[in-house]
Design a protein. Structure first.
Length: 139
């Protein structure tokens, strides 16, 4: 029962976090191209997405995932360490997006809409690697 509980909350957190990681760069792309009225609305949406959904979901992913790893003894398995590396990269991407949001708030965005559209693919690629590692455990 503990395993299923941990797995459920780990997966729920990850799905929620990933949804935000896919959506926030898209909002940024729209923000770059927005007029003042739309930009104000996008700032609110970006802040709420990051603070209310993404960050708590990231924390849940990490906490329940580490609990799950401890429960099944995955710490020294190669597939788990590779998956952990992917999650660290996703966490740094999350931090990067949070900094971009602060830049928008200050009116100091440095990136184009095209940059954010391309950056939007990072979570998808990492998702595929993470799923492959978790399901097939290749090493």
């Amino acid at each position: 029962m503990t395993y299923k509980f941990l797995l459920f909350w780990h997966m729920a957190g990850f799905v929620s976090w990933l949804a935000g990681l896919l959506y926030l760069p898209r909002l940024f792309a729209y923000h770059v191209e927005a007029n003042k009225e739309s930009a104000a609305m996008l700032k609110v949406m970006e802040r709420r997405l990051l603070r209310i959904i993404m960050t708590p979901a990231m924390v849940a992913t990490w906490l329940f995932g580490l609990g799950l790893a401890s429960h099944v003894g995955a710490w020294l398995q190669g597939w788990f360490l590779a998956k952990l590396l992917c999650l660290v990269i996703l966490s740094f991407f999350h931090i990067f997006l949070a900094r971009c949001r602060k830049d928008f708030v200050r009116g100091a965005n440095r990136y184009s809409a095209r940059f954010f559209r391309v950056a939007n693919e990072v979570p998808t690629l990492l998702l595929l690697v993470i799923l492959f590692l978790a399901i097939f455990k290749p090493f």
